[in-house]
Design a protein around this ligand. Sequence first.
Ligand code: ZN
Ligand code: ZN
Length: 363
Amino acid sequence: MPTPCSICLTARALVKRPKTGQQVCKQCFFEVFEEEVHMTITTGAVGGGSIFERGERVAIGASGGKDSTVLAHVLTILNRRYDYGLDLHLLSIDEGIKGYRDDSLETVKQNQAEYGLPLKILSYDELYGWTMDRVVEQVGRKNNCTFCGVFRRQALDRGAADLAVDHIVTGHNADDIAETVLMNILRGDVARLQRCTAVTTCSEDTIKRSKPFKYAYEKEIVMYAYFKKLTYFSTECIYSPDAYRGHARVFLKDLEAVRPSAIVDIIRSGESFVLDQKTQRSMKAMQTCKRCGYIASNDLCKACALLQGLEAGLTSAQRTHQLDTQLPEGQRTIPKFERKLRVAESTGGVEGIERAVKAIAIE
Ligand SMILES: [Zn+2]
Ligand SMILES: [Zn+2]
């Protein structure tokens, strides 16, 4: 006899949820998956409440991969179902990797047509004057992920500033976040531990960023995409992946195989870390890059420092602290970072400061 769905009790159970082991029908799987994302969205703000404000312009960081494709799909559904009142956009970064990114961008263009969302593509080439293919040619395959990570983060912010959006959402899932928690522990980077588990991060000078899939398991995202027959691009980056993260990933998958709740448990552990006052005081204050105006912890932001290294033909990614703020003759720099603030949305300075204070307050 077929097993009935453990949620609706009528339809035949077709899938076993990787996250809970529940046996459910396809329709109930879609619903429970979407509802859990809705729950993350409506309770994920710092101090509780919704991460979105009505009327917000939101950019979905879209790579054409499974996570961001499912995110675009689910957000479109939820925005309609619960009337979030969001103005959704797709924002893609073209790293300039032949045979990888150019193909995945085709997938994003397909998504754009399917969901009717406006799409903006910003390339490393137009922003930094370097494609990842050229970066790898110069630095080799050892540090290339460092360059790509720094460049992508800033490119997303700049693309979002161009679109005048208030909020960037990315497809980071529960597995990604649990991996990051593990990596921060393994590296002793306590300052990042708590921050990396927040659904929403925001400081005064950066655009708000959120991860609505914080509690969504990678396996369930794949399952959702598969049953919904969503088009996504599944090839891994052709350049060597971050080796350290790779170890954390394998370890996490081993833990998940023994006990599926391990992923969520690790995230919960990360959430409960609170920095003591001494560590908080020792943290570096943020400033703006003397060259491009982007947020930085030194005179130059990481992207400007890396770019200068590339331009000067250096291969080390570790020279940031020795750099002069003066731009050497004939070298390329990144355009000034400017945010077009939308007049409609004035949250007021006081609230912003209160929020910032709350974010660092000690319980
Ligand atoms: Zn059901
Ligand atoms: Zn800079």
